[in-house]
Design a protein around this ligand. Structure first.
Ligand code: SF4
Length: 386
């Protein structure tokens, strides 16, 4: 893409009009009208200890007009999670409600697919509303952002874990040299950064951990992250899917073209930039549309992005309880997400009924996606396809 032609559009979108190339915006993006459309917090449910913490106080100082309700636990708030009347307000609650809590269980789990390790996340829940998102599966009837305010403890835990591993002995598909820690398993770090510094604190911590790297997937372009100076120790994974799927399923996210256009800026700001091709949703025309998307990546991305890029490919999984919630606020999405003739169910350890494409269909589809990548974006190394 012609970067000069792209810039006015970027400037209009992000409010960079007064900014010289290489400089960060004058005004934080989080104060912009675009950011407020994503998150306009009017109601906060908070554990008292979270309110009383430095991070809690920082967040509340930015929300002077929000109504605060103290709750004994961030995890099960009857007015939110147990109220089936909230389904019709699914998106509004994500925009206007925030939960503050203290994360008590700090554990890092092995992963081996997207990352070597899953770090204890700084949040749970999201202001975006992807119809297939797995995060609300255990949340009942609402899934706004819960921010964990004991970020110092989370960072200290991660530092200890990294140091205990020592250097990575052998390369693997997660990374040839560094231990990769996913820091955003249950939320979107780019959106969290609109309301607090948890993402910034984790990026800063990994800056000084030469044997490790943070990693998070995102569907939101937050230019404030460009100022965080990750020095190559944070991998951003922009999730992409065909535009028709995104319009139907990726509710409230940045348009896919904006995510692609942001890749070079993030690379230049010191991030490693990968892509999540996910979820792959099977519906009439999916192969043509994925081919178009891969062609677009090939056309738009500059060589420096391609040289370091890699991708994950993840087929859609779904869940029966979420299917029923979605029917209450976005039934059209279920026309493509819920396809019992192509999907099989599996009961998870916690008793939930999860749904995925049957093995044969999944294997054939993954093979086809790999072919499409080889044809249209041969520079894109597939780290794993699942
Ligand atoms: S951006 Fe991620 S965490 Fe947020 S709703 Fe979409 S899939 Fe879920």
């Amino acid at each position: 893409m012609d970067r000069a032609a792209e810039e006015p559009e970027q400037q209009a979108l992000f409010g960079w009009a007064d900014t010289e190339p290489g400089q960060t915006p004058q005004q934080p993006f989080r104060d912009s009208p675009q950011a407020r459309r994503m998150l306009d917090v009017r109601e906060v449910y908070a554990e008292p200890a979270a309110l009383d913490s430095p991070r809690g106080r920082q967040i509340m100082a930015r929300l002077p007009d929000a109504r605060v309700t103290e709750v004994p636990s961030h995890w099960n708030i009857p007015e939110l999670h147990g109220n089936d009347g909230n389904i019709g307000r699914w998106v509004r609650i994500k925009t206007e409600t925030l939960v503050l809590g203290v994360k008590h269980t700090l554990a890092t789990r092995p992963n081996g697919r997207s990352a070597d390790w899953i770090a204890p996340g700084p949040s749970n829940g999201c202001a975006m509303a992807c119809a297939y998102c797995y995060v609300p599966r255990r949340k009942g009837f609402a899934n706004p952002i819960t921010l964990f305010t004991n970020i110092e403890a989370i960072v200290a835990h991660v530092r200890r874990h990294v140091r205990a591993q020592g250097p990575k002995a052998e390369p693997n598909q997660c990374d040839p040299e560094a231990w990769v820690y996913d820091i955003g398993e249950n939320g979107d770090c780019s959106v969290d950064a609109l309301v607090c510094d948890n993402t910034a604190d984790l990026i800063a911590a990994f800056r000084s951990l030469p044997t490790a790297k943070a990693s998070f997937a995102t569907k939101f372009v937050n230019p404030d992250l460009l100022a965080l100076d990750p020095r190559g120790r944070t991998r951003v994974r922009f999730s992409v899917m065909p535009a028709d799927d995104a319009r139907l399923l990726d509710i409230r996210t940045s348009p896919v073209d904006e995510r692609i256009a942001a890749a070079a800026d993030f690379l230049d700001a010191g991030y490693e930039v990968h892509f999540n091709l996910s979820p792959v949703v099977l519906r009439p025309g999916w192969q043509r549309d994925w081919a178009d998307l891969l062609t677009r990546l090939d056309d738009v991305l500059p060589a420096r992005v391609k040289e370091q890029a890699a991708a994950e490919v993840i087929m859609l999984t779904h869940n029966q309880a979420l299917h029923e919630v979605n029917l209450g606020w976005h039934p059209r999405a279920e026309d493509v997400l819920w396809q019992p003739e192509a999907q099989e169910t599996k009961r998870s350890q916690n008793g939930a009924l999860n749904v995925r494409y049957s093995l044969e269909i999944k294997q054939q589809s993954l093979a086809r996606i790999r072919q499409l990548i080889a044809t249209h974006a041969p520079w894109l190394r597939v780290r794993y396809a699942f």
